[in-house]
Design a protein around this ligand. Structure first.
Ligand code: ATP
Ligand code: MG
Length: 352
């Protein structure tokens, strides 16, 4: 595909804040965006030229949407893959195989193992009757996770002793039971891969989660991350190459005494990369747009040694005037009307 000229239309599947920030970067480069999302309230659609509000399985709406789009990407990794088969495949970036792999925790772990990576010890579980045996094999403590549709720590059960597994019903789409790791910290590798296969990495932040939700990312990451980065990046590059990936791809890792342990991947821009908007030469959002449009990739180096990003979550009070008075602070609010517990409402990046 030759480069898409500015003025072309980028379709985005999903209507949340990631789509909003992608669209804002696209607009900067002169593209128009069209959101497709099942929710009527879309904070992405609010900043886009067009909005199709329809269900993922509404093929007619999806085909109409695709007719308006020169390229189609995702801001949500759980878009059902089946209906996408009816769309012109060369227009999808990244290809739907990346979604297929990332939507299933078992496939994802096996895929990364095949690329030479190491996930936590795990067992796939299809039926209630297999759970006790899985817990026995992997041991405690462990975490039971649904194979599909988990995000922000949802669909997970902590198993601290064997009895905790009693009475848990395994959903039809299955679960994975994995060892709970002792890690020094969590970090993510965020890369962009162009249509020509060129790969660039951003610096890796240390990520802190509260109740399974990313709360804070910061640079510089501790020394252990630096010693494990080469291996983690090598792994991420192999995964991206194997998928023929186009766009931004994120792999989450635990830095452990036994090296980098893979947690999960996201075939999209990632919350732990929001700092790149002001903290890197080219943000993850702009480089994703550049990659899918076939433009040259931008430099990914950081603009300061110390950069921190804090999420604004749920009903947490915001001292807006205070943050706006801080010359290092960049406030991002996603425009969500209702502050539910655990909902990502915005973030603040401090550079330097
Ligand atoms: P998100 O959408 O926020 O990435 P998720 O619902 O996909 O989350 P995971 O990334 O699997 O869930 O887990 C959320 C967090 O729970 C991790 O970032 C980590 O802090 C903790 N966690 C998950 N798996 C393990 C593990 N095997 N050992 C220790 N901690 C873990
Ligand atoms: Mg995660």
């Amino acid at each position: 595909m030759s480069a898409l000229p500015p003025g072309s239309t980028i379709g985005i599947l999903g209507g949340g804040q990631l789509g909003r920030m992608l669209a804002m970067s696209a607009a900067q480069l002169g593209y128009r965006c069209h959101i497709f999302a099942p929710e009527r309230d879309s904070v992405a659609a609010e900043v886009c030229a067009s909005f199709t509000n329809a269900g993922w399985h509404d093929s007619e709406a999806l085909i109409d949407f695709a007719r308006d789009c020169d390229v189609i990407t995702y801001e949500f990794e759980n878009v059902p893959v089946g209906p996408l088969e009816k769309l012109p495949q060369e227009r999808l970036a990244p290809g739907p195989r990346a979604l297929e792999v990332a939507q299933d925790r078992v496939r994802e772990k096996r895929f990364v193992q095949d690329a030479g990576g190491t996930p936590a010890d795990f067992v796939a579980i299809d039926h209630d009757s297999e759970l006790a045996d899985a817990v026995l094999r992997i041991g405690v403590p462990g975490i039971l996770k649904t194979r599909r549709d988990g995000y922000d720590g949802k669909g997970q059960w902590a198993i601290n002793e064997r009895a905790d597994a009693q009475g848990i019903r395994i959903p039809e789409s299955g679960c994975v039971y994995e060892a709970r790791l002792n890690f020094e910290c969590e970090f993510s590798v965020i890369l962009v891969r162009g249509r020509d296969g060129e790969v660039r990495f951003w610096d890796s932040t240390r990520n802190r989660h509260d109740d399974g939700i990313l709360a804070h990312s910061e640079l510089p990451a501790p020394a252990i991350v630096h010693t494990q980065l080469e291996r983690a990046r090598g792994m991420a590059r192999k995964v991206a190459d194997a998928l023929g990936y186009v766009g931004v791809l994120t792999l989450e890792f635990f830095a452990t005494a036994n090296g980098p342990i893979f947690n999960e991947m996201a075939p999209r821009v990632h919350n732990s990369g929001h700092w790149t908007i002001e903290g890197a030469r080219t943000s993850q959002f702009e480089n994703h747009i550049r990659a899918i449009c076939g433009l040259p990739l931008g430099a990914t180096d950081s603009l300061a040694k110390t950069i921190v990003m804090d999420n604004l979550i749920g009903k947490q009070a915001l001292d807006l005037a205070g943050h706006l008075a801080d010359p290092r602070a960049h406030v991002h609010l996603y425009g969500k009307s209702e502050a539910r517990a655990g909902r990502k409402m915005g973030h603040i990046t401090r550079v330097g």
